[in-house]
Design a protein around this ligand. Structure first.
Ligand SMILES: Cc1ncc(COP(=O)(O)O)c(C=O)c1O
Length: 440
């Protein structure tokens, strides 16, 4: 495997002299035997490195307080949330489940903000009661609902407004969120953004502490962040509002294959920092706290999905089809938005690729194709395939389609394996066997 390919894997990934891929010094063959496949692995070193890198970049480029809030939708579980809370990250949550998980994991309320384009009353009340950093109001409709809930609860709500700058960004249409037809946020062009700011300022039930935007995901160009921030500042100025906190969201891209561009976060952090400073200086405003909100940039590279090779066949049009024991249920990203992946044979990671093949999953959908075309060394039943950059939006969007068991998830440190989630095995009693008579 070339060093460029190895760089897609976690920082602790190595190839042994025998040609086997390891992570944090652990044999993936042994882990797969013990915990079954599909199996998801998170490398502690990589998560810490990504978080430290972003914190360091913010310190270097932004001359006022800043914060990294993990977009927990990328992947969250109790154990994973505990790790991030310990590392001092904040979190963006979007549901009652994520609110509870973050709270139980020990995140302080003041580093949590709640998103969502249709938050339920229960979610809004849970956030109000916990007293989080900000409820990020997404519409004028929600502003009215939250005002009523705050009045009834007798609690002033600390809020941000999510501003939609009505800009197109270059990424897959399903992961762009800031265009004129987006369902997210208060749009600038129709005046909702400005009206929302005015209404929030006028109500004694709100403490409007900041403004937020999120352009989309898998973005490698910093220019749209600059343009969008300028639009957000213009809307604030038009409404006579000086924000104390600003969040340009997340969305910076990561490398899933060696064909993806360099994913250094420096251009992103530099651009958002410089733009916020310029926009404030121009108006003589004090600098707000800058809150970045990455999901995949923190979690993707740290994660590896391990699958076992099963059946193979050659189709009449000559495609060698290799099936693995996971796919659509643990990783719907390919079916949802044609995400690209690569893979390596764990036991022969150093071998030169010599066969062209298609890697398919085991689920009853023709769209369950993990990698439409890849060159690998010859693979055999029982071989393990390791898929890098699997730490974000795979398990969090997974299903148990075909009653698949959800994979076990491990956190790896040198000399230590921590089970973050158990595999719910279909041969053991579990939640999926619902017997109405037992519920009575
Ligand atoms: C509001 C918001 N913030 C941050 C993120 C994180 O995006 P990414 O994982 O691409 O950084 C998302 C992703 O959907 C989001 O909706």
């Amino acid at each position: 495997m070339s060093s460029e390919q190895l760089n897609l894997f976690p920082l602790s990934a190595q190839i042994t002299p025998a040609g086997e891929l390891t992570i944090a010094g652990h044999s993936l063959v042994e882990l797969a035997d013990q915990y079954r496949t599909p199996l998801y692995l998170y490398d502690g070193q990589t998560i810490r490195h990504q978080l430290d890198t972003l914190t360091g970049l913010l310190e270097r480029h932004y001359p006022s307080p800043s914060m990294v809030a993990y977009a927990s939708k990328a992947y969250f579980s109790y154990a994973f949330a505990c790790k991030l809370a310990e590392l001092g990250a904040g979190a963006d949550v979007v549901s009652l489940g994520e609110i509870h998980l973050a709270r139980q994991a020990g995140f302080p309320a003041e580093v949590i903000h709640l998103h969502g384009n249709n938050k339920s009353e229960e979610e809004l009340l849970a956030a109000l009661e916990w007293g989080i950093q900000a409820i990020v109001v997404d519409s004028l409709d929600e502003l009215a609902l939250l005002e009523e809930l705050a009045r009834r609860a007798g609690r002033r709500a600390r809020i941000w407004l999510r501003i939609t700058p009505d800009l197109n960004v270059s990424t897959h249409p399903h992961i762009t969120t800031s265009h004129r037809a987006s369902k997210f946020g208060l749009h600038v062009e129709n005046g909702d953004a400005e009206n929302g700011i005015r209404q929030a300022l006028a109500s004694s039930w709100f403490h409007l502490t900041g403004l937020h935007m999120h352009l989309g995901s898998q973005i490698f160009d910093a220019e749209p962040y600059r343009q969008a921030l300028r639009r957000m500042f213009a809307a604030a100025e038009a409404a006579g509002y000086i924000p104390q906190e600003i969040s340009p969201g997340g969305g910076w891209g990561v490398r899933y294959t060696e064909h993806d561009p360099d994913d250094s976060a420096e251009p992103w952090i530099k651009a958002v920092s410089q733009t916020v400073v310029e926009e404030c200086q121009r108006r003589g405003w004090p600098l707000p706290k800058l809150v970045v909100e990455p999901g995949r940039w923190l979690a993707a590279r740290s994660g590896v999905a391990l699958y076992r090779v099963g059946a193979q066949k050659t189709t009449p049009d000559g495609i060698r089809v290799v099936a693995i024991d996971g796919g659509l249920a643990d990783n719907p990203r390919v079916a949802l938005y044609q995400a690209s992946y690569t893979a390596r044979v764990v036991q022969r990671a150093a071998d030169e690729p010599s066969r062209r093949m298609r890697i398919v999953g085991k689920f009853c959908e023709s769209g369950d194709v993990l990698i439409p075309e890849i060159w690998l060394p010859p693979v055999h039943r029982g071989d393990l395939l390791a898929v890098p950059a699997s730490g974000a939006y795979q398990l969090s969007m997974s299903s148990n389609y075909n009653y698949a068991a959800r994979p076990a998830v491990l956190w790896l440190e040198p000399g230590r394996v921590e089970v973050m989630q158990c595999c719910d095995r279909p041969d053991q009693p579990g939640w999926w066997v619902y017997r109405p008579e037992e519920a009575r």
